[in-house]
Design a protein around this ligand. Structure first.
Ligand SMILES: NC(=O)c1ccc[n+]([C@@H]2O[C@H](COP(=O)([O-])OP(=O)(O)OC[C@H]3O[C@@H](n4cnc5c(N)ncnc54)[C@H](OP(=O)(O)O)[C@@H]3O)[C@@H](O)[C@H]2O)c1
Length: 394
């Protein structure tokens, strides 16, 4: 890599969204000025990890060959001082910060990564780099509860908002501290709603969250009404929206939703029909909206319905995601559309593809992706947990 003075630094490229971002970028002329922060012992290993991520998005070998080891900065958000003297950082003008612990587990590193580490990383860049834009990926669910059914970007979550999981709490805390502690940072927050699959590759890159819809189909009942809507965007749209926000010389706001919004959200009934169509099956008949307890009573069927699994982990997942499914919320995307971004595709346009590409693994296996913060030991410990007492007040 030649010395340049306008690097784009991307974090989280070994993950789902960051992978989609670099899959978009790698064919572009600007690729030679892209740097990647990767957790790896050395640049060659880091490069290998990133190539693995690119392959999930079917990036060709020719394009993967464009990735040079000297584009890798080995580093962990939890140990920012370890890479803070990297000379390349002084030439970074743009950041897309996708790195975070995004699962619904609660590993010890959650807060150190999503709050303290992210802040230390932003502070370092703010201090040493001539930043033009620091594009931070947030999550729309950071709004917490209570929240309106259609959450606008103007909506300010209360400081004592209730969070179903520590992850969303850590994300809003990070946003607050970025704004409070680094007021001069050229920060733009892009809060993504629920990212499911990819319009071209379905669940190939990641089965994250898709298993919830498969689970509801397998059970024939779930916590939501079929008419309840869910705000889903595919990873490729989300990645293009991030690049759109990065590239516009001036933006009207410093916070955006990357979401389906009320207009492009789909109902569970529509999604069920799209999945059935994709699989050549019938839509769910005699669907019932039930509470968690009713589903829990069927635990003896779980192995047959979901594949080999730890029943208590499945119960925890059903409880958590069941609460989300029943929210019937969407996230207004008017600001992004006003910036000239194309509207998102509907989930129903590619849910059938997701279903087909997820067929190779069981529902329980797919679910592990979203609980990957949980170690085997913790997963076993979960088995001893009684049900969480979290209740949503919406
Ligand atoms: N997926 C969704 O539905 C969704 C929805 C809304 C918002 N988001 C946001 O989108 C962003 C990306 O999420 P994702 O779904 O792509 O998650 P993901 O697949 O779990 O990827 C997370 C990425 O962050 C990296 N990372 C984690 N801890 C790190 C650390 N301490 N230092 C450096 N890198 C670290 C991971 O690296 P390793 O490979 O080394 O672990 C990985 O590259 C997150 O900010 C998340 O909050 C996601």
């Amino acid at each position: 890599m030649k010395h340049q003075s306008d690097y784009l630094l991307v974090t989280g490229s070994t993950g789902f969204l960051g992978g989609a971002v670099i899959a978009e970028l790698i064919g572009q002329p600007r690729w030679s000025r892209v740097l990647l922060l990767v957790r790896a012992p050395d640049a060659a290993t880091g490069r290998g990890r990133v190539v693995e991520s690119l392959r999930k998005f079917s990036v060709t070998q020719d394009l993967c060959d464009r990735l040079q080891a000297d584009q890798i900065i080995c580093g962990d958000l939890c140990s920012v001082p370890a890479f803070s003297d990297d000379a390349r950082l002084k030439h970074v003008t743009e950041v897309i910060n996708c790195a975070a612990l995004a699962g619904f587990g609660k590993p010890k590193t959650l807060w150190p990564t999503n709050v303290d580490g992210t802040l230390a990383f932003a502070r370092l860049l703010h201090e040493v780099a001539p930043l033009r834009r620091f594009l931070h990926v947030g999550t729309a669910m950071a709004c917490g509860f209570p929240a309106p059914q259609v959450v606008t970007e103007e909506f300010q979550p209360a400081l004592d908002a209730i969070h179903l999981v520590t992850y969303t709490e850590s994300k809003i805390e990070c946003e607050r501290r970025l704004r409070a502690d680094l007021p001069g940072l050229p920060l733009v927050v892009a809060r993504a709603s629920i990212i499911v699959g990819d319009t071209r590759f379905g669940c190939g890159p990641s089965p994250s969250i898709f298993w919830v819809f498969s689970m509801a189909r397998a059970l024939g009942e779930f916590t939501c009404e079929l008419s309840d809507r869910v705000d889903v965007v595919p990873a490729d749209y989300c990645a293009r929206a991030l690049l759109h926000l990065l590239d516009k010389p001036a933006l009207s706001h410093d916070l955006y939703h990357i979401s389906a919004g009320p207009k492009f959200s789909s109902s569970f009934g529509e999604i069920d029909a799209a999945i059935a169509d994709g699989l050549g099956e019938e839509p769910t008949r005699d669907y019932r909206q039930v509470d968690y307890e009713t589903i829990a009573e069927r635990h003896s069927e779980f192995q047959a319905l979901f594949g080999p699994c730890i029943v208590s982990v499945m119960l925890r997942a059903i409880e958590l995601y069941g609460q989300y499914a029943a929210l019937d919320m969407s996230f207004d995307n008017q600001r992004l559309l006003d910036e000239g971004m194309a509207p998102p595709p509907r989930f129903t346009d590619y849910a059938g593809l997701c279903a087909r590409t997820a067929l190779g693994s069981s529902i329980a296996e797919q679910m592990q992706y979203d609980f990957k913060g949980i170690s085997t030991r913790a997963a076993q410990a979960l088995a001893a947990l009684t049900r969480s007492s979290v209740k949503v007040a919406v």
